[in-house]
Design a binder for this molecule. Structure first.
Ligand code: ADP
Length: 186
């Protein structure tokens, strides 16, 4: 977890490689669907371009289908899901059904000034439609309103691992590995 620009996607790839599990990014899956013009993509695009969350029913169904695939059988890392309290409950139900359990919830913390800088940089290099200044601001608000409360939920469940997301990519990766050592072995 972490606000837009915290480095979730970047770090998720390294962590998933290390743990030999797939990194499942809801944002990436939506973007592929948008670019391929699928029915899901058509439904999701307006929300994404406005910086709003895609409705839970669509997002939940997509995640449910994805974690049912063979490569997720021995575990998976979710990037960008759950993002709402309803998604938390839905995920609980999904993994109860597949026999998985959550090992840890990693949250990356980054200063808000740094976040805006990173997203504006990314806008230049990747040209994502939702990286314009207004939409970036809206995405930060939506995160604060709808997703930040999940941090307390997972803290109460004793699953939360807070990692400082400031500094070089490699440094942050190392912090995550250190924080996860032990947790993921059990
Ligand atoms: P970021 O982490 O930079 O905000 P993502 O690539 O994770 O961006 O997601 C991009 C967009 O995809 C979100 O702004 C939202 O519209 C949609 N999205 C991704 N994950 C979810 C989710 N779990 N629930 C609802 N919408 C989502």
């Amino acid at each position: 977890m972490g606000p837009p620009g915290a480095g979730k996607g970047t770090q998720a790839k390294f962590v998933a490689e290390r743990l030999l599990v797939p990194a499942i990014s809801t944002g990436d899956i939506f973007r592929v669907n948008v670019s391929e013009g699928t029915e899901l993509g058509v439904k999701a695009q307006g929300y994404m371009d406005a910086g709003e969350y895609v409705p839970d029913e669509l997002t939940n169904l997509m995640v449910r289908n994805r974690i049912d695939e063979d490569d997720a059988g021995r575990g998976f890392l979710l990037d960008g899901y759950p993002r709402t309290l309803a998604q938390v409950e839905e995920l609980d139900g999904m993994i109860r059904h597949t026999g998985h359990a959550l090992d840890a919830v990693v949250v990356l913390t980054v200063d808000s000034e740094e976040l805006v800088q990173r997203l504006l940089e990314r806008a230049k290099s990747e040209g994502r439609a939702d990286d314009t200044e207004d939409v970036v601001r809206r995405r930060q608000e939506v995160y604060e309103e709808q997703t930040a409360p999940l941090i307390d939920v997972y803290r109460e469940r004793d699953l939360l691992i807070e990692v400082d997301g400031m500094g070089d990519v490699d440094e942050v990766t190392q912090r995550i590995f250190d924080a996860l050592s032990g947790v993921t072995e059990s």
